[in-house]
Design a protein around this ligand. Structure first.
Ligand code: ARG
Length: 466
């Protein structure tokens, strides 16, 4: 045993690291969660070493058995992690070497640099498929809420001012579209992770006759036809952290989306709106004011999205200006990535549960969406259909709105003669424009909130999310 516990690199050192340095530089406290991926990588690497004859099949089998035993110990929480061994890689290698002498050959033609790059690519493949599935869960809850909201109309808003009436389901399906982009973004990032860096060594590969494609196949880094996918430049492979930023961006944009959804829900559940009631299980009370019911799950979703943006920023700043190739700075890349994964995961779950328990208040929604002024644009369209240029129609309907306001009555209660004075093209049928059902039925084009389109979107989502 060398003078310090750094068995893997201690040879040229007179003394081991200071206790302060060990505490400062260890990553085992947070990168231990890579253990399953690290062990999978070591299994594949040692299988390859045996395949090319750098170790014997017997040595490989001993290494594999040792790795399996260590994985089991880790899963049971019985593994003795030692922060003096720096990181997950050295903890596992050290434990293995203690039990299996041939483990001293396991690091042949490998560096922790290509090892950690491989571990993280395996992690990203896993994390992206977990998050894509969780986003789909939230989407399914939204789809169910949209189906439950049948018949409920709400005002759609621009500038947070009531604009035009829409089915509540149309608003919820807008959220579904946002989340669909997140889901496919996670799938894309997971797809980009599908290249194996092992064999890049510290930065310049190895003189030993390894078989990179064999290792890649063992680890599932393959294309649709089963062909190995490996990184193409050993220096880039150990220096590249683009995936980290892309993953963090996918999480941050998901955060932007769920915080916008949360904000809508916070507004809708306020006394001022009262469009929805949020589930008690995801709200909290006030320690002082007994009447309060606060939308805390939504506020936390909004708040946590800030953290996801911060993590992206941290990663971009960490990378900029780093000389090729590996620098120890890069050890700091894991904390923000793991945090983004953990927070995005729990946020997806909370979004799903909050939406699953929300209920529209049909009376309040009807009252808010039935203001005829919300169909003023439809009245302009009415004139357009009669040949009036839109700009002129817009101006005339503005005058109609002003007249109703002056008289203190809803627009449909104005007399036809009053409207005719504003424009001769108003016919006796002008007031039917304010029939809400008819107004929606006329919105037939793709992406519009009419019932025909809504039914089509429901069918599409049911199929997509099945
Ligand atoms: N714990 C290190 C990290 O996460 C592993 C790579 C260490 N490589 C090195 N040359 N010291 O970055």
């Amino acid at each position: 045993m060398p003078k310090n516990k750094q068995a893997t690199w201690g040879g040229r050192f007179a003394t081991g690291p200071a206790a302060l340095m060990l505490r400062f530089s260890e990553s085992a406290s947070f990168d231990r969660r890579l253990a399953p991926f690290d062990i999978a990588g070591s299994r594949a690497h040692s299988a390859m070493l045996a395949h090319v004859g750098l170790i014997t099949p017997k040595e490989r089998d001993a290494i594999h058995a040792g790795l399996d035993a260590i994985l089991l110990e880790i899963e049971r929480g019985e593994f003795a992690w030692d922060e003096r061994l720096e990181d997950v890689h050295m903890n596992i290698e050290h434990a293995l070497t203690m039990r299996v002498p041939s483990a001293a050959k396991m690091h042949t033609a490998r560096s922790r640099n290509d090892q950690v790059a491989t571990d993280m690519r395996l992690f990203f493949k896993h994390a992206c498929s977990v998050l894509a599935a969780k986003v789909a869960g939230a989407q399914r809850a939204l789809l169910a809420a949209a189906q439950r909201s049948e018949g409920v109309l709400i005002p759609g808003y621009t500038h947070l001012q009531r604009a035009q009436p829409v089915p509540a389901a149309h608003h919820l399906l807008a959220w579904l579209e946002m989340l669909e982009r997140d889901r496919s973004r996670f799938q894309e990032v997971g797809g980009k992770a599908n290249e194996c860096p092992l064999g890049s060594g510290a930065l310049a590969g190895t003189t030993l006759p390894i078989d990179r494609e064999f290792t890649a196949k063992q680890l599932g880094f393959v294309d649709a036809r089963g062909r190995a996918r490996v990184t193409q430049n050993s220096m880039d492979a150990v220096a590249d952290r683009d995936l980290f930023a892309e993953f963090a961006l996918a999480c941050a944009l998901f955060g932007v989306h769920f915080s916008r959804i949360a904000e809508d829900l916070i507004l809708w559940s306020s006394t001022e709106f009262k469009f929805v009631a949020l589930p008690d299980e995801f709200c909290t009370g006030s320690s002082l004011m007994p009447q309060k019911k606060n939308p805390d799950s939504c506020e936390l979703l909004r708040g946590k999205s800030a953290r996801l943006q911060g993590n992206l920023h941290t990663l971009l700043t960490l990378m900029k200006g780093l000389p090729l190739t590996y620098n120890r700075d890069l050890q700091e890349d894991k904390v923000p990535v793991f945090d983004s994964f953990d927070q995005a995961s729990i946020c997806a779950d909370v979004l799903e549960a909050t939406v699953a328990g929300m209920a529209f208040n049909p009376g309040r929604c009807a009252a808010a969406s039935s203001d005829p002024a919300l169909l003023a644009t439809d009245l302009a369209d009415y004139l357009v259909a009669k040949g009036v240029p839109f700009r002129e129609a817009h101006h005339v309907v503005g005058a109609v709105v002003a007249l109703a306001e002056r008289k203190g009555c809803p627009i449909p209660e104005l007399a036809t003669s009053e409207l005719r004075r504003l424009h001769p093209r108003f016919g006796p049928d002008w007031a039917k424009v304010f029939d809400l059902k008819r107004a929606l039925a006329m919105r037939k084009g793709t992406g519009m909130p009419g019932p025909v389109q809504l039914a089509r979107q429901f069918a599409r989502w049911k199929k997509t999310l099945a």
